[in-house]
Ligand binder design. Structure first.
Ligand code: BGC
Length: 709
């Protein structure tokens, strides 16, 4: 492990006990730029280490950077190469701000549709999560910035996040919740952040089996494990379990003071619901207890050496110890373009009756909705980014159209809670003014829609770290607004900006529905490119959309849990694995993998090429160029006594197919889809025939073939 580097090992030997202890806990950043800061040791030329929040961009207090779309939107591209490029871009922005590590990607599986942080995560599927994890980590690390995949593991809800115990079986952990982290480690992540929650009764900071035995020993992770902020449950327990770095390592009060945070907007308030046991989270454990624990031998001295060596090892790896680190650039034209490409490619066309979309260039548009004059940047919490520029839906559509654009807010603003002082909103002239001095009025919005060729209604949810959504319904009176506009307008297009699945009760009465998630700074430009058909909508759902009560977590025992325990007894039947099961009562509204295109694709026969590759010819039978996401699912053979999902995603490819052209698409099949985790045997691949289904979504299969194992 990290000791193998002789220089690092010598350096560790040269440090005093106090110096070692100072390297394994955070402190206040004198520059006030970093979210997490480790002071250097000037005596030995060990430089400082700075960690900046992600994963939607780099958050530096008082500075702006590129605000990329939410991770769920990035996953909706089904194109991990774009995530790799995002990793490169975020690393360059981190470097330009002197940050050595990015606190991301967020890799928790989307288990609960209500989770307030789903927008920071990728998917309900482990193969998608693992692919995007690996891609963004490779991108970050290729620029010598340390990735920090988080929150390890089973941080699938925000309710009681500091104490809830995920009561989860080994099979579900292995098949669903761990693969993203394992892929990130394989891709070279320099660091991993532990989750706040407990897993099967033990806080993740203190979880020796998952941190040392699985992450470090089994997967060979040689970087450092950092706690979530104030998430270290004990000093001796955490250090001996394998935690290497405590963050922030200072008290909550000191943090507020050092970083100028607004104490009222704080999620980690002691005694705030029962989430934070009084006195439990604000004490920096390693700062106050580690030294004496090492002196007394309750934490072995070589464990402290290992903690230090892991941190120094990663600093060495990125060139920090030889002073060979730097460069980068903020808000470049390339980063702006990438933010727009990601937002457009991640936009999912859920419904499009009678060619309602794309809009004609000269259509007169009624643009309705309380948020159309502000870009939808993201959810609330540590991932908030201050963008260098932002384009609202109103600005994007006005810039693109040859027709007229009339605007009505319809209903009151939907405000995303912020953890930080929102100077930009204040600067924009006060949050209460709508353009043109308009006031919210559903009747006025309906009148406006009646006059236009087409009504485009933009609705949004408001999700945040620290809280789960109480309902999958859109907040406020937005559902009433859509219904009223749909009643009045000739044609109604609804644009949904949400952090995860939402219920769309009016969906049968509108002509088209576009899911654009939290598109980030390029919101309006990306939206206009999809609405007017400059880009083919090629986003596909990385989560199932269904009525709230039909998800497997729709019981208090499973979510948010009873007596601080959330039972994961649905096992591996999460997301489409649940909805596809024979005993599921409900059909999804929009299934996993769903997303329409403006082109029409026809699939040829599937052909097996080797053990783990299938090929299929995809013809674009329309007169528009298109972008298709070809998906392969594997149906396992029946094995007595084993319940397996009906189908599991094994591979996919996003491909451009020109009008009238045919492309042969090769899909690599992930072993994940073949193997299952057996509690006594470990990973098992049952012998037999596996049906490979190829199609446009988990419920739109166009070709089939068989492979054997
Ligand atoms: C979040 C982490 C974040 C950290 C630092 C925590 O509250 O859970 O995702 O990186 O704060 O801001």
């Amino acid at each position: 492990m990290a000791f193998s580097d002789p220089d690092v090992s010598d350096l560790v030997d040269s440090l005093s006990l106090d110096e070692k202890c100072s390297l394994v806990r955070g402190a206040a950043d004198p520059e006030r730029t970093a979210t997490g800061y480790v002071p250097g040791v000037p005596r030995l030329d060990i430089p400082e280490l700075r960690l900046a929040d992600g994963p939607l961009g780099i958050r530096i207090p008082g500075r702006s950077s590129t605000a990329f779309p939410a991770s769920i939107a990035v996953a909706a591209t089904f194109d991990p190469e774009l995530a790799r490029r995002q990793g490169v871009a975020m690393a360059r922005e981190a470097k330009a701000s002197g940050q050595h590590a990015v606190l991301g990607p967020g890799l928790n599986l989307i288990r609960v549709p209500n989770c307030g942080r789903n927008f920071e995560y990728y998917a309900e599927d482990p193969v998608v999560t693992a692919d995007f994890a690996a891609a963004v980590v490779e991108g970050l690390q290729s620029e010598d910035v340390l990735a920090t995949p988080k929150h390890y593991v089973a941080n699938n809800q925000e309710t009681k996040r500091l104490i809830v115990s995920a009561e989860v079986g080994e099979r579900a952990l292995r098949e669903l919740y761990l693969p993203g982290f394992e892929a990130a480690v394989e891709a070279g992540a320099g660091s991993v952040m532990t989750a706040y929650n407990r897993v099967n009764g033990t806080h993740m900071s203190d979880h020796r089996r998952l941190v040392t035995e699985v992450l470090k020993d089994e997967w060979g992770f040689d970087g450092y494990v950092v706690s979530d902020w104030f998430g270290t449950a004990s000093a001796v327990g955490a250090a001996t379990a394998g935690l290497d770095l405590e963050m922030p390592g200072i008290s909550l009060e000191a943090l507020h003071e050092a970083f100028g945070l607004d104490p009222d907007a704080e999620m980690l308030e002691e005694g705030d619901d029962e989430s934070i046991p009084a006195g439990e989270t604000t004490t920096p454990r390693f700062a106050t207890e580690l030294k004496s624990a090492v002196e007394s031998g309750s934490v072995p001295a070589d464990r402290l050496d290992d903690m230090v060596a892991r941190i120094l090892g990663q600093m060495d790896r990125i060139g920090l110890l030889d002073g060979d680190w730097g460069g980068g650039a903020l808000d470049t034209p390339e980063h702006r373009d990438l933010a727009e490409t990601l937002a457009a490619r991640g936009t999912v066309l859920l419904k499009n009756d009678d060619g309602a979309l794309p809009l004609s260039d000269d259509a007169d548009v009624a643009l309705v909705g309380p948020g159309v004059s502000e870009a939808m940047l993201g959810g609330g919490g540590s991932s908030e980014v201050t963008p260098a520029r932002e384009v609202s839906a109103l600005a994007g559509i006005r810039a693109r159209t040859d027709g007229s654009v009339a605007f009505e807010p319809g209903v009151e603003r939907v405000v995303t809670p912020s953890f930080f002082d929102d100077e930009s909103a204040d600067a924009a002239g006060g949050a209460d003014d709508f353009p043109g001095g308009k006031t919210p009025d559903i009747d006025a919005a309906a009148d406006c829609a009646r006059e236009a060729d087409v009504a485009v209604v933009v609705v949004r949810d408001a999700t945040t770290e620290g809280a789960d959504r109480e309902t999958l319904r859109l907040p406020g009176e937005q559902d009433e607004l859509v219904a009223a506009v749909a009643d009045a307008a000739d044609r109604t297009v609804v644009v949904v900006q949400s952090g995860g699945p939402v219920e769309l009760p009016w969906r049968d009465s509108v002509d088209a529905i576009v899911e654009s998630w939290y598109p980030g700074q390029a919101d309006g430009d990306a939206l206009a490119s999809i609405l007017y058909g400059d880009a083919d909508p090629s986003g596909r759902l990385p989560v199932t959309f269904a009525p709230e009560e039909s998800y497997p977590t729709a019981s208090d025992e499973r979510f948010p849990g009873v007596a601080d325990e959330a039972q994961y007894d649905e096992g591996v039947f999460v997301g489409y694995r649940h909805f596809d099961a024979a005993d599921a009562d409900d059909e999804p509204t929009y299934p996993f993998g769903h997303g329409l295109s403006y082109a029409t694709f026809e699939y040829g026969d599937a052909e097996v090429r080797g053990d783990d590759v299938v090929a299929v010819a995809v013809t674009n039978a329309s007169d528009r160029d298109g972008r298709e996401v070809v998906q392969a699912y594997v149906r396992p053979p029946a094995v007595a006594g084993v319940e397996r999902p009906t189908r599991e995603l094994a591979g996919y490819a996003a491909v451009e197919v020109a009008a009238g052209a045919t492309e042969t698409v090769e899909l690599s099949l992930s072993e994940h889809a073949f193997r299952r985790y057996d509690d006594s045997e470990g990973w098992t691949v049952d012998a037999g025939d596996y049906v490979v289904e190829i199609g446009r979504s988990s419920r739109d299969i166009r070709a089939e073939t068989t492979v054997s194992r």
